[in-house]
Design a protein around this ligand. Structure first.
Ligand SMILES: O=C(O)[C@@H](CO)OP(=O)(O)O
Length: 254
């Protein structure tokens, strides 16, 4: 059996302000830091100690991984970072308040942009892609392929090569593997593992900083479809909050 743990970063500044974030590099709030440490304690209590870690190149995932590993008592294990685990590029919606986007474009478009498989939000301005191309974190991503918006299908297409080339070998070698990423890169990964259909995808919401355990057979098929959250009740409540974004106001950052 192989064990994979999926973890969305803790609350970021723009999560608390209810803003679309995407590739914008927003840091954790103090609450997000506490959530990350709590995730580490949950791992330790469950005796689920990672051997390998993969994160995106975004600060909120990198810092969540660091704080989680410290609290789990595994601060020095190998961590690999790659842009392919980044959040979905949310195009021109990045930085905008979810409530305002819902009011401006209506429920149906808002839902399609957030949770459908194939709809991409309107693209960001071309100069944003030029800025990303200069960032050394995206070395290996050709300038002309730098995204200006992404659907979940696009995220799946850029994520799966990393899954197969970098994550799967560790799992096959029997290493307990932690992947610290984002709402939509993890939705893409869960959809792949659980073979979710495009019709099942809209109902999938990943809460912040709730470790999700997948035990996989030798073909990397989950023994339990959907995996198991280490704290299932808290995860269900937090996932319902994510689903309701757009209709909630921002949260004070403490
Ligand atoms: O804004 C984003 O980048 C993501 C995560 O916060 O939003 P959503 O969960 O709505 O896809």
């Amino acid at each position: 059996m192989r064990t994979l743990i999926l973890l969305r970063h803790g609350e970021s500044g723009w999560n608390s302000q209810n803003r679309f974030t995407g590739w914008i590099d927003v840091d954790l709030t103090p609450r997000g830091e506490r959530q990350a440490r709590h995730s580490g304690r949950l791992l330790r209590e469950a005796g689920l100690l990672p051997d390998l870690v993969h994160t995106s190149v975004l600060t909120r995932a990198i810092r969540t991984a660091t704080l989680t590993l410290e609290a789990a008592g595994r601060p020095r294990i190998p961590v690999t970072r790659n842009w392919r685990l980044n959040e979905r590029h949310y195009g021109a919606l990045q930085g905008r308040e979810k409530n305002a986007v819902l009011r401006e474009f209506g429920e149906e478009r808002f839902r399609r942009w957030r949770r459908s498989y194939d709809a991409a939000p309107p693209p960001a301005a071309p100069d944003t892609a030029r800025g990303l191309a200069c960032d050394p974190r995206h070395a290996g991503l050709p300038h002309e392929s730098m995204p200006r918006t992404e659907s979940l299908a696009d995220v799946t297409a850029r994520l799966l090569p990393y899954w197969h080339d970098a994550v799967v070998p560790g799992l096959r070698a029997g290493r307990t593997t932690l992947v610290v990423a984002h709402s939509n890169s993890l939705r893409a990964l869960v959809a792949h593992l659980d073979r979710l259909s495009p019709e099942e995808l809209p109902a999938l919401d990943i809460p912040t900083a709730m470790p999700l355990r997948y035990d996989l057979d030798e073909h990397l098929v989950p023994l339990v479809r959907g995996g198991r959250y280490l704290d299932p009740e808290a995860a269900a409540a937090a996932a319902a909050e994510v689903a309701a974004e757009g209709s909630r106001s921002s949260r004070p950052t403490r």
